[in-house]
Design a protein around this ligand. Structure first.
Ligand code: PLP
Length: 407
């Protein structure tokens, strides 16, 4: 049975594991299965591999290896950062964040609100940017932590993290940034940024799922989120995911080496794709600022269609893209990020995210550009909202469990 070719434009959801990364982790999976905490050489040897990987990821973000805590994912790192800031400062019960964070921050904050903590969700403007003056005003003497993502996963919009860190520190407040979407796409230097805590996730940079890291600045107070054994110098209990960590290390090394490529080649591909869509398909508009933006991300509203229908038709020709973040795909709610930017629900529901990566080629972009205009036209022809006579509104068809798509 021949498999359909995959045209992958969803690198912000997850990435293909690099062949070099698979090579690095195979011996660990197959042979070096000892527990790093064991006393005998066969176990402790894996501890040496974890140490080497810690050095590699530390180099990616210009940290001291001792400032790196390996976790199970970006979500855990984000949860651990907020948890530590609150528990180490019991008198402070207020958090500042933004309305466009990933659900790993937003939903944790919503939970904390139910526990009696106060949370300020800063609004964003139509470009998806935060008002730094408002951020400054929102920090109170009882603010335990400010958590603002470095780059938005849906729009790619980049926040001025260095300035935000300076504002926080002028008010003696801890600053955490969710940098999950950044590595490999932009240079990360935690010293220059002067952040207190920073989150990364390995599966966004060509390593497998199930491993992340939390950078915690040297000499800061830290209270672990997971309690148990003494792994990670007592800062995160649980037997280390050694193959995942080794993979993360190798991927970090490659990401450092590929930085220029992603910034130049991927940016050119993304811009070619975006310019062609905006110029060639009527009633389309980019969501979010053109710059500063991740070089790989493009979020485009296609008026008079539902993104879900477009995604299903793209899927039929092997193209993977997304609407909103992967974690909210499948819900009929419009994206909270686009809604926070003031985009009307109908337009938000017609918005698609294309996120490119180092493996994308011009030929793949050509495939997308060849088929997308026809798909949009077909769907608009049958839409009740679009120009032309209504045939079968997508939402009504879905409610009746019919296939809304032309076969
Ligand atoms: N933060 C951002 C900005 C993300 O894009 C993601 C993943 O989509 C996460 C956090 C969660 O990372 P993980 O899937 O490793 O839990």
């Amino acid at each position: 049975m021949s498999q359909q070719r995959v045209y992958y434009f969803d690198n912000n959801a997850t990435t293909r594991v690099a062949p070099e990364v698979i090579e690095a982790m195979l011996p660990v999976l197959r042979d070096h299965y000892g527990n790093p905490s064991s006393i005998y050489k066969f176990g402790s040897q894996t501890g040496v591999e974890v140490k080497a990987a810690r050095g590699q990821v530390a180099a990616l973000i210009n940290a001291d290896p001792r400032e790196v805590i390996f976790t199970s994912c970006g979500t855990e790192s984000n949860n651990a950062a907020l948890h530590s800031a609150l528990v180490t400062q019991p008198g402070k019960r207020h958090i500042v964040t933004t309305a466009v964070e990933h659900s790993a921050i937003i939903n944790h904050c919503a939970f904390l609100q139910k526990q009696g903590f106060e949370v300020t969700f800063l609004p964003v403007d139509a470009d998806g940017s935060v008002d730094l003056h408002l951020l400054n005003q929102s920090i109170r003497p009882d603010t335990a932590v400010v958590s603002v993502m470095w780059a938005n996963n849906e729009t790619g919009v980049v926040f001025p993290i260095e300035e935000i860190a300076a504002i926080c520190h002028s008010k003696n407040t801890i600053f955490h940034t969710d940098a999950t979407q950044v590595p490999g796409k932009m240079k990360i230097d935690v010293k220059a940024l002067d952040v207190d805590m920073l989150t990364l996730s390995a599966h966004k940079l060509h390593a497998p799922k199930g491993v992340g890291l939390l950078y915690v600045r040297k000499r800061s107070k830290f209270q672990p989120y997971l309690l148990g054994g003494h792994q990670e110098q007592g800062r995160r209990a649980g037997t280390e995911n050694v193959p995942g960590i080794v993979a993360f290390g190798r991927a970090a090394e490659l990401a450092l080496a590929n930085l220029q490529d992603e910034d130049k080649r991927v940016r050119r591909l993304r811009d070619r794709m975006e310019d062609a869509i905006l110029a060639g398909i009527p009633n389309t508009i980019r969501n979010g600022a053109k710059e500063p933006r991740l070089p790989n991300t493009s979020n485009i509203a296609f008026d008079f269609v539902e993104a879900e229908a477009v995604l299903l038709m793209l899927d039929q020709i092997g193209i993977c893209a997304s609407s909103g973040s992967a974690c909210t795909t499948g819900s009929l709610e419009p994206s909270h990020v686009l809604t926070a930017m003031g985009i009307k629900p109908a337009r938000a529901r017609g918005s698609l995210r294309f996120s490119l990566g180092i493996y994308n080629t011009d030929e793949e972009v050509d495939h997308l550009l060849k088929h997308l205009p026809q798909i949009i036209k077909k769907l608009r022809d049958i839409s009740s909202a679009g120009p032309g006579a209504p045939a079968k509104p997508v939402a009504a068809a879905r409610a009746k469990h019919e296939n809304p798509l032309p076969v």
